[in-house]
Structure formats: C-alpha cells, structure tokens
Design a binder for this molecule. Structure first.
Ligand code: CA
Length: 227
C-alpha cells in the first residue's frame, strides 16, 4: 500500500478515484484545487500524485511545474478527451504517465501499480541521497558538501538528484533534457553542458581529470560510483 494524493476538482470523479484506490489498500488524500494540492504535497508527502489538468484557479500545468521544482514524486496526469497534444507536453513537463478521461478502472489501477513499482521503495519518499560527502535532501530541498550548504537552482537540484539516482549509468543529453528541463524542445544541449559545469563547480568537482561526473563525448554524462 502507498500514500497517494488525488488532485481533482470534480467531486464525482474524485470520489470514484478515491474509492478505487482505497480498494487497492492505498491511503488516499484528496485536494479539490491546485493550491490545496500543493499544500498536500508538502503535508502528506504522497508517494504518487494523480493530477487533473483542468483545475480552477491554478491549473494542473502550474501545479506540475511547482511539484517538479521540489520533488521527483511520480505524477499521473488526467485530462479530458481529445487533448492528445497534452500528452507530449505533460511528459515533457515531468509527468510520469498520462490518462485520458474516461478511462477503464482496470487500466488506471494497473498503471498506478506500475508507477509505484518503478519508483521503488525509498527513492521518492524524501530520503536523503548521499554520495561521498555530498548530501541531497529532497525533503528539505537542500544540498550540502561535507556538511556545508551549497546553493543550487531548482534545475541544478533536479540535475543532481537525477545523477544521484542513476549512479554509474550513462545518461544521454536527451534523457537529461527530458528528466530535468521542462521544455526540452526549446533548448539546445548546451544548456545541459553549462548546467553540468556549474554543478561540478558548486560541488568542488571542477577538475575534469578527477571529476566523478564524467562527460562521455557525443553521448552524455555519467556519475561514477563514489571513490
Ligand atoms: Ca477538472
């Protein structure tokens, strides 16, 4: 069982989703608008968020953007029928999956289960990510090196979190763009390069000869296991 958050303004759909998820043994919190949803992200620390795009006042896009500024929690987007273009936009904006209303209950349950499986047990629950003397805390949204706080932008934070979660794995420019940047279509790979350079500098890994964050020419980057 997992702790889930449903952000949905239509009471009937919210109730149906809640009932469905509770029947699977999940603990379900509900928010009826985006602001309440963001508040619940902080207070309930859900392990997965089901987010409707059509919300009053702050729409689902803005909610998603703000969630992604501070967390890698899996997000399943819900949207109205006939909005297929939202799918690509949603995945680019950092959503993990996407369903168009109306959808089959069985498919919804299966996709939620798959997302929870993929996200693993500890990786999204706010547990600190530790790499040598570097500590990234998703819960406090802080980075420190040898106990001293390091100031990073939200994008540098996300970039570091991605590297820490995929240690030893080559991440291509395209993967980094889609995982870290909200709109990967509008920017070039230079953006990745400069962000990596800034991150190296902030972490004291400037020397390319001994930086554990390695550039793989023409491919991407890899964070080697700590020495
Ligand atoms: Ca709605």
């Amino acid at each position: 069982m997992a702790r889930l958050l449903v952000v949905e303004d239509e009471p009937d759909i919210a109730l149906a989703l809640r009932t469905l998820l509770q029947r699977q043994g999940h603990e379900v919190h509900h928010a009826a608008d985006g602001v309440a949803g963001l508040r619940a992200v902080h207070s309930e620390r859900p392990e997965l968020i089901v987010l409707d795009l059509g919300l009053p006042q702050m729409d689902g896009w803005e909610v998603l953007r703000r969630i992604r500024d501070l967390s890698d929690v899996p997000v399943m987007l819900l949207t109205a029928a006939g909005r297929d273009e939202d799918k690509v936009r949603g995945l680019r904006a950092g959503a993990d999956d996407y369903m168009t209303k109306p959808f089959s209950n069985n498919e919804f349950i299966a996709r939620v289960a798959a997302l929870l499986r993929r996200s693993g047990d500890a990786s999204y629950d706010g547990t600190d990510l530790v790499y040598g003397d570097v500590v990234l805390s998703p819960a406090r949204h802080t980075v420190s090196v040898a106990g001293s706080p390091v100031s990073v932008t939200p994008q540098e934070f996300r970039l570091l979190a991605v590297f820490l979660r995929h240690q030893g794995q080559l991440l291509t420019q395209a993967q980094l763009l889609s995982l870290v940047w909200e709109d990967s279509s509008a920017i070039g790979t230079d953006r990745v390069k400069f962000a990596v350079l800034r991150l190296r500098k902030k972490l004291g890994w400037e020397d390319p000869e001994c930086s554990p964050l390695v550039a793989v020419r023409g491919m991407g980057y890899r964070l080697d296991a700590p020495a």
